[in-house]
Design a protein around this ligand. Structure first.
Ligand code: ATP
Ligand code: MG
Length: 552
């Protein structure tokens, strides 16, 4: 069974693995890997890949490696390494002892490159960058062979060693695979395997001034680790012939199978680390963990649960076709999970005072409130019902429109757990005319009163003001990246964050950071992990109770 409570679908990758296991391929073992580049925080797209890779390993009794794909030192940082581990663990997965860095294989990559050169399968190319581009050709036009192509192996080997030794300038020479300059697949037109770049690496420091290209390093890393199924996103499909070519030429212990699947795209969201970094750096959001961000740390802070994200990843499935998933589906999964687990509480976000005329000034009445109707174990709590309470301003209408069933002059509603009130008189502000208080007569719960609506409330005497952060989508359009030439930031929603002061029942005041609740009739909220203090919680809206955008 999965987190979404269904049997897992036999998607095409499961079918491939089923066949491989049945055929005894790789000794029947399943070894996958999740290979993030430590150049940003993980987002919900990565969650799809994590759930797939770690999930398959679990299902087939295999293992999944966490491997940092840190071969390009330009944008990498240890800050990201730590954050990635926190996020993968939070999602509920564990790599055990299989924790690797591609940079640990730098010497092996180098030795395999020498092997290619010795076998006449790679050469040091001295074309200038301009010529290089020109010689490469275009998809419709074959490339031209570099004059370096037939350089004797010994000469390439010597040049390559001197590249490593730092004798040449950055970008001066490259090591290229010798494949086919006429191939319709540009990736096979003698692709670059190594380039000279004097960059400090977060783990190897200044040991290296040449760095391997992704296509060269990735397959070899997979082979070194004995990966059986190297699962990646569709854009690598055209790289697969190169992946296979490289592994076929060198003496690696095994040849993993690369399998591509469609990446996750979500509406109203951008999902590249580069763009998310821009949002954080330009302070369009408060940081990578801003609750509006599609990052795992942002979603955690927002109150999304790992189980909800796993259920979402299972629900969307795994296919070979690029598509756009509705963010509403993710929100649905979050709601489903929180509905089972969140304690119910009452908070009024836009208060209107109600004075109960037939309750004495002093004594309140203790009413019993259910903590979670979905979970009998969650028990009950007492709430003080007092002469002055707050209700939501939206739950009262002085001139009710047709079919308005909540409080209005002369009309009655049920107060959740606390009987009925009937509006007798309305107080206004003399200058603005705004309604300032409503006077009501109260009847206890066992009275027979016909009403069509139940509203929530808090005791004005016992409730305390709390900061509540209400979120809307970060972007105003379903696909902020639709126009590739325009700035996606032009579609940022200026109203994606609204901060209000709500009135919370006392049981909410000692909310632990990260603890989640359902505010009855309002939505799911969680105490902010960063800004909440004991006694003064700050609440993030996780998701509304219902998707109001969906009709019906
Ligand atoms: P981004 O485009 O956001 O920078 P990336 O692919 O460069 O992402 P990596 O750190 O290289 O990020 O990704 C690690 C793994 O996560 C890769 O195997 C990659 O295919 C996968 N991945 C990244 N984005 C998605 C996505 N949107 N859907 C599914 N898998 C993804
Ligand atoms: Mg990448």
């Amino acid at each position: 069974m999965t987190d979404s409570g269904t049997l897992p679908s036999r998607h095409f990758i499961r079918q491939i693995i089923d066949r491989d296991v049945a055929a005894g391929k790789n000794g029947g073992n399943v070894v996958t890997r999740f290979p993030p580049e430590p150049n940003g925080y993980l987002h919900i797209g990565h969650a799809k890949s994590i759930c797939l890779n770690f999930g398959l390993a679990q299902e087939y009794g295999g293992q999944c490696h966490l491997r940092y794909d840190d071969t390009n030192p330009a944008a990498e940082d240890v800050e990201y390494v730590d954050a990635i581990e926190t996020d993968v663990r939070w999602l509920g997965f564990d790599w055990g002892e299989h924790h690797y860095f591609a940079s640990d294989y730098f010497e092996q990559f180098y030795q395999f490159a020498e092997e290619l050169i010795r076998k006449g399968k790679a050469y040091v190319c001295t074309l200038s960058p301009e010529d290089f581009k020109d010689y490469r050709g275009a998809p419709t036009r074959p490339g031209k062979e570099s004059p370096s192509r037939n350089r004797p192996s010994e000469e390439s080997l010597d040049l390559f060693r001197r590249m490593r030794a730092g004798e040449f300038a950055d970008g001066q020479y490259v090591l290229r695979a010798k494949i086919d300059m006429a191939s319709p697949n540009l990736h096979l037109r003698d692709p670059v395997l190594y380039r000279i770049k004097r960059l400090h690496h977060h783990r190897t420091g200044d040991d290296w001034c040449i760095y391997p290209m992704y296509d060269f390093a990735h397959g070899i890393s997979d082979a070194i680790e004995g990966i059986t199924h190297s699962i990646c996103t569709l854009e690598f499909e055209v790289h697969r012939p190169l992946y296979d070519w490289i592994l076929d030429q060198i003496s690696v212990p095994c040849h993993p199978q690369q399998i591509e699947f469609a990446r996750l795209n979500l509406t109203y969201t951008v999902m590249s680390k580069r763009r998310l970094l821009q949002l954080a750096q330009e302070k369009r959001v408060s940081g990578w963990d801003d609750p509006r961000m599609p990052t795992l740390c942002g979603m955690r802070r927002r109150g999304y649960t790992p189980a909800a994200i796993r259920a979402f990843c299972e629900t969307i499935g795994v296919t070979k076709y690029d598509s756009m998933t509705e963010v509403a589906l993710l929100e649905h999964c979050v709601r489903e999970d929180l509905n089972k687990r969140a304690l119910r509480r009452m908070a009024v976000l836009n208060p209107l005072k109600v004075i109960i005329t037939n309750l004495p000034d002093t004594a309140g009445i203790d009413v019993e409130a259910v903590n979670n109707p979905e979970d009998p174990e969650a028990g009950k709590r007492a709430m003080a019902f007092t002469r002055e309470i707050f209700i939501e301003r939206e739950d009262f209408a002085e001139e009710p429109p047709p079919k308005y069933f909540r409080l209005a002059p002369g009309k009655s509603v049920r107060l959740r757990y606390a009987g009925f009130i009937t509006c007798e008189r309305v107080e206004h502000d003399d200058t603005t005319g705004e309604v300032t208080a409503v006077h009501c007569r109260w009847e206890p719960p066992d009275t027979k009163v016909k009403v069509k609506a139940t509203i929530h409330w808090v005791s004005a005497e016992h409730a305390r003001p709390v900061e509540v952060r209400l979120y809307d989508r970060l972007f105003t359009v379903p696909d902020p990246m639709e126009d590739k030439d325009a700035d996606f930031k032009a579609h940022l929603n200026p109203d994606s964050l609204k901060i209000v002061t709500g009135y919370a029942e006392p049981a909410l005041l000692d909310a632990r950071p990260g603890e989640f609740f359902q505010f009855e009739r309002t939505g799911y909220f969680c105490a902010d992990a960063k800004d909440s203090l004991p006694g003064t919680p700050v609440f993030n809206q996780t998701v509304a109770l219902k998707d109001l955008r969906v009709k019906g």
